[in-house]
Write a protein that binds this ligand. Structure first.
Ligand code: ZN
Ligand code: ZN
Ligand code: ZN
Length: 326
């Protein structure tokens, strides 16, 4: 039972996915469904006795390539459509107790290449208009399985946050003849206080307008729209800067730092998005040691975020933890 229901009030789709209530919830480590299948042991979702990085279809998907017809009838006010799309799980490592932050740059580089491959494969499907790669990490953001993994949703439409970024980027381009993210990178570098890490290929910063205390954005310096536009050198540099940011996060409060990590790439609907610029955003739910930021009335009901901290100070904090180095 799964369908897309139109929200005429906000102009967006909501997926119903009631079967997801039955998904595995925080199993003990010996019964992890994402570990390799041990000889003579129970069968996990990965039949192999080992793997490096694997991507496969989610067993509890909210979107599927061949969805059932909607269980409710559409009306003029309330359009309904089948929940067509693809939901994949990407396992970062066969080791249950690792995290992306603890993996070597080489493994993160492999993951960047797997992401690139999945973006291309899923983006080529005719019913897919947007490929969204993300990771939810930590119980604070509702993770139900601890094994290090990320997810990919291939949507049959362009999701609302991306539509907004596209509209803002396009109007900035029409006004100034420049890319919005290129302009942001230039402004952040000129100021310097919010830059967390940078080299000739990549820049990581907590932008001027951050909604979350430790909201880091990573962008390639070169103007490009998607992972597949990166050169092998840029893929490596992206892995390197991801590693630096993740390590600094874990050092902040000496704990495995929870976050949502999202990749913002161009849509895959055949349109021209040359004005857009690929980047990665992190939304960590922590605002201080032992303190979580909740999305309350203003954030959820009005869409206005209140950041209790200054990006200038939080960026300095992250830089100090980066410099601690090994
Ligand atoms: Zn596991
Ligand atoms: Zn750009
Ligand atoms: Zn973005």
């Amino acid at each position: 039972m799964s369908e897309l229901r139109w929200n005429p009030l906000l102009g967006e789709w909501t997926a119903t996915a009631t079967h997801r209530q039955k998904r595995t919830f925080l199993p003990p480590a010996d019964f992890c469904p994402l570990c390799p299948t041990k000889d003579g042991g129970y069968a996990t979702e990965v039949p192999e006795s080992t793997y490096d990085i694997v991507a496969f279809e989610n067993r509890f998907p909210s979107l599927s390539p061949d969805p059932p017809p909607p269980a409710v009838e559409a009306t003029e006010l309330y359009p309904v459509r089948p929940a067509q799309g693809v939901c994949e799980v990407v396992l970062y490592s066969p080791r249950h107790n690792t995290t992306l932050a603890r993996e070597p740059v080489e493994q993160i580089y492999k993951l960047v290449r797997v992401w690139t491959d999945r973006f291309q494969q899923l983006g080529a499907l005719d019913f897919v208009h947007y490929v969204f790669i993300f990771e939810n990490k930590g119980e604070a953001v509702g993770v139900t399985l601890h094994h290090p993994h990320g997810q990919i949703y291939a949507y049959p439409f362009i999701p609302p946050i991306i539509l907004r970024e596209l509209a803002q980027s396009e109007s900035h381009f029409n006004k100034t003849g420049r890319c919005l993210i290129c302009s942001i990178i230039e402004e952040e570098e000129k100021d310097g206080r919010r830059v967390v890490a940078c080299n000739d290929w990549m820049i990581a910063m907590i932008p001027f307008f951050a909604r979350w205390p430790y909201e880091v954005h990573i962008s390639p310096r070169r103007h490009l729209q998607a992972l597949m536009d990166l050169t092998p050198r840029e893929q490596r540099e992206l892995a390197g800067v991801l590693k630096s940011v993740l390590v600094a996060y874990d050092r902040l409060f000496d704990l495995s730092f929870p976050y949502m990590m999202v990749l913002h790439q161009r849509p895959c609907d055949g349109g021209n998005y040359d004005y857009y610029h690929f980047h990665i955003e992190f939304y960590p739910p922590m605002r201080d040691r032992g303190k979580l930021k909740y999305l309350a009335g203003s954030e959820t009901g009005a869409g206005m975020f209140i950041n209790d901290t200054l990006p200038e100070e939080k960026a300095a904090e992250l830089r100090a933890h980066l410099a601690r180095g090994e």
